[in-house]
Design a binder for this molecule. Structure first.
Ligand code: PXP
Length: 238
């Protein structure tokens, strides 16, 4: 049964809209855990547009579940991660102009830098996952670089029209998921997953962790965060 990682960046986005102290992502993490979250996921972006260093530091102390830090291969953020030591880091690409993470991390052309970041994080006791497009060459390279896990980018699946297109994308996720496992890494997935499409991805053989943000926080506005997480957890658990 896959674990559910709840991404609470949007809670910080609302707070930063007024540069005030509410809503607090620390409260959100506690409510998500009450709803059954197995992990709390936050993205500390270079521009600190939502999650702040203070959030990371406090969440490291207060989250009872796993804390998963999404981050770019940026020297300053790597220093912060090695100091705070979340249980897991997920390396993602980052562009200042993007609204959300757009594609997987392209590791083929920058293996030395990615290897260096993986080594530093692992030496600090952090499990390292790479957020990759479902592409066999990227996955093989992740294994060569010593990654512990791969989070497959499910954005294309989420965007595909229900029916044939979606089924094709699901096949790609299944094939590349099998490759992740064959390479000895843990299989994660995320991006664009919703209450409507999550079951098919959760059912992929060997799926270990799903990271979901937007859809859960959108529902939380209507029903409360604990209930929104509980509903998603039920779907993920099959
Ligand atoms: N996984 C990664 C690596 C992400 O960057 C994001 C978006 O922050 C997510 C999962 C969650 O995506 P969504 O908000 O579409 O559920």
């Amino acid at each position: 049964m896959p674990e559910l990682g709840v991404n609470i960046d949007h809670v910080a986005t609302v707070r930063q809209a007024r540069r005030t102290n509410e809503p607090d992502p620390v409260w959100a993490a506690a409510l998500a855990e009450l709803g059954g979250a197995d992990a709390i996921t936050i993205h500390l972006r270079e521009d600190r547009r939502h999650i702040q260093d203070r959030d990371l530091t406090i969440l490291k102390e207060t989250v009872a579940a796993k804390l998963n830090l999404e981050m770019a291969c940026d020297a300053e953020v790597v220093d912060v991660a090695c100091r705070v030591r979340p249980q897991q880091a997920t390396l993602v690409p980052e562009r200042r102009e993007e609204v959300t993470t757009e594609g997987g991390l392209d590791i083929l052309g920058r293996q030395d830098r990615v290897r260096e970041v993986i080594d530093r994080l692992q030496h600090s006791g952090i499990v390292v996952s790479l957020f990759l497009d479902p592409d066999l060459a990227q996955i093989e390279t992740a294994a060569d670089l010593g990654a512990d896990a791969v989070e497959l980018h499910t954005g294309q699946f989420a965007l595909a029209a229900v029916g044939r297109d979606q089924e094709d994308q699901l096949k790609i996720l299944r094939r590349t998921g099998a490759k992740v496992l064959a390479c000895g890494m843990a299989l994660h997935a995320g991006h664009g997953l919703t209450y409507r499409n999550v079951k098919q991805v959760a059912a992929i053989e060997g799926m270990h962790e799903l990271n979901i943000g937007h859809s859960i926080i959108a529902r939380a506005i209507m029903v409360g965060l604990t209930e929104a997480v509980r509903e998603m957890k039920r779907l993920v658990s099959g």
